[in-house]
Write a protein that binds this ligand. Structure first.
Ligand SMILES: Nc1ncnc2c1ncn2[C@@H]1O[C@H](COP(=O)(O)OP(=O)(O)OP(=O)(O)O)[C@@H](O)[C@H]1O
Length: 250
């Protein structure tokens, strides 16, 4: 088996008396989508925040290609190749899709991006941005203002912003949230095509998307991984059905 790109080793986090992450160890391997599911309040976002660097674990370590991350800032983790999709609110509405993604590339590359320069003038920014936009199925929308995009297309731009930084691993926190069936189906298809380029740790409540996309699923309940396996194993795990999927899945 190939070495993991991302590995969590015994992560633990409490907020006062609330034990939000309990000895969580899991990994993300090349070419896969590993989904993290669990009921509301299970600790999924808390875990993602520790990986991304906005929250410090009490114990445990996170490794990106064997490099320990816990002492590094969010920006340093991003520069090392930890990608994370941005929130919708971080997109600049009047600017084009291309320019939004270019600004994201510049922020991490650290070169000073000059807004008055004609668009498509800086190859270092344009090429990775355009490639990411095309990978997310928006090549025909590169010059369209974000304000003219559908909700689903904006979500695709957010993923393109993360992709343009050429991440080694991608963290996606509920990318399907708020999308209708059409937007979810489109994004599911795009993520399926993406995983061979970059492995994805996916937090998602849309179980159709999870079961279609995930090579492996870890189930988090009360901060603890209570089950782990492929879609088939998770669907049929009695503990999971009782604790999370409920009657509708039985
Ligand atoms: N900064 C914080 N301070 C105190 N408690 C927190 C903090 N962040 C999260 N919690 C608590 O930790 C627990 C896990 O929350 P978290 O948001 O990680 O769950 P989640 O699985 O992402 O839930 P959801 O699916 O609803 O987003 C919850 O009980 C939550 O109230």
């Amino acid at each position: 088996m190939r070495d993991p790109i991302l590995a969590l080793d015994g992560l633990d986090k409490s907020f006062g008396a609330l034990h939000a992450t309990r000895q969580v160890s899991l990994d993300l391997r090349p070419g896969e989508i590993h989904a993290l599911i669990g009921p509301n309040g299970a600790g999924k976002s808390t875990l993602i925040a520790q990986i991304a660097g906005t929250l410090k674990p009490d114990r445990g370590e996170i490794y990106l290609e064997r490099q320990a991350l816990s002492s590094l800032s969010v920006a340093e983790r991003a520069r090392l190749g930890l990608g994370r999709s941005f929130q919708v609110s971080s997109l600049a509405e009047p600017l084009s899709v291309l320019r939004n993604v270019m600004v994201g590339v510049q922020a991490v590359q650290g070169s000073s991006y000059r807004f008055w320069k004609p668009i498509r003038s800086d190859a270092d920014l344009v090429e990775p941005a355009l490639r990411a936009i095309e990978q997310m199925g928006l090549g025909h929308r590169a010059d369209t203002a974000v304000s003219d995009l559908s909700h689903g297309e904006r979500r695709q731009v957010e993923v393109a912003c993360a992709l343009a930084l050429k991440p080694k691993a991608l963290l996606l926190d509920e990318p399907m949230a708020g999308l209708g069936p059409e937007g979810s189906a489109k994004l599911t298809e795009l993520l399926e095509g993406l995983k061979t380029r970059v492995p994805i740790l996916l937090i998602e409540h849309d179980m159709d998307a999870v079961f279609r996309l995930a090579d492996r699923i870890s189930v988090l309940v009360d901060g603890e991984v209570v089950a782990h396996g492929d879609s088939e194993a998770i669907r049929n795990n009695p503990h999971v059905r009782e604790a999370y999927l409920g009657e509708e899945a039985c």
